[in-house]
Design a protein around this ligand. Structure first.
Ligand code: HEM
Ligand code: HEM
Length: 217
């Protein structure tokens, strides 16, 4: 079988640079910690969340100035290309890409966006709930302006705090995006497994070593 392990080193090619690999596995760790610590008030949760935001911002920058296969230009495809790839994958005849395949490219952009929105809504929640963080003040003022939030705040008002409506609204938005991100992660890992099977290569290993077999397919 043509897995990366059985291909001699001279037939392998560097695909993922060290920063992409470090980014990926740090993101997995920071996301896992943020996810596991979301249910209680915790500085660790905030720290992990800020780390996720920082990593995502770095990756967006690296998508413009980074190495060949790290660039958005290399893997952001038009919808027709993505659909054609999905059809070919289901038919068992998808072509192999050295970098991310077109479906993987869509997933990466979706993941980065969803992670960023989760992080920003987390900061808004922290601002509304505890008046702390970069969005303290902004979050409370913005949220109370929407009619739905005003009526919820009035309905919920038990006189215990002026920001409760904003807090619960941001809490729900933050939770929604955290769940959406988790769903995307599950699909992402399923995609990695499918891609590995379809092209008989160990994509997870390649994200550690940075190397893939050179020849296509
Ligand atoms: C243990 C679970 C995971 C495994 C095994 C895994 C594996 C991989 C692999 C193999 C790739 C490269 C795909 C390719 O060859 O085209 C990749 C890319 C990526 N994964 Fe994961 N992943 C995991 C969890 C996550 C999580 C939790 C996130 C985000 C929260 C994530 C976000 C990404 C992103 C953004 C990329 C693009 C990498 C880049 O180009 O910088 N992954 N993942
Ligand atoms: C980007 C990664 C993040 C993930 C995956 C994440 C995930 C979660 C989850 C799952 C919850 C529990 C929601 C619920 O069940 O009600 C939560 C709550 C919360 N998150 Fe995040 N979060 C992230 C980033 C942030 C950031 C950057 C901040 C602020 C700096 C933040 C602040 C909060 C706060 C204040 C809560 C409420 C905690 C409590 O119940 O007291 N989050 N988060």
């Amino acid at each position: 079988m043509n897995t990366n392990e059985t291909v001699p080193a001279r037939d392998q090619i560097r695909v993922w640079d060290p920063l992409v690999r470090l980014f990926h596995w740090s993101l997995v760790a920071a996301f896992a910690i943020a996810w596991l610590t979301g249910d209680e008030e915790s500085r660790l949760h905030e720290f992990a969340g800020y780390t996720v935001i920082g990593l995502v911002l770095f990756r967006v920058l690296w998508g413009f100035v980074g190495t060949k296969h790290a660039r958005f230009r290399d893997f952001a495809c038009r919808p027709s290309t993505v659909l054609a790839y999905a059809r070919d994958l289901l038919a068992g005849k998808a072509r192999r890409y050295l970098g991310h395949n077109p479906l993987g490219g869509v997933m990466i952009i979706a993941l980065l966006l969803s992670l960023l929105v989760t992080g920003v809504t987390g900061m808004a929640l922290l601002g509304a709930k505890e008046g702390r963080g970069p969005l303290a003040g902004v979050a409370t003022n913005t949220v109370t302006l929407t009619p739905a939030v005003i009526s919820k705040a009035v309905a919920d008002d038990d006189g215990e705090g002026e920001h409760e409506g904003a807090e619960s609204a941001w809490g729900e938005v933050h939770e929604f995006f955290a769940n959406l991100t988790l769903l995307l992660v599950v699909l992402h890992v399923a995609g990695v497994i499918m891609g590995s099977l379809a092209h008989r290569e160990n994509l997870v290993r390649a994200m550690f070593t940075g190397r893939k077999r050179a020849q296509i397919p």
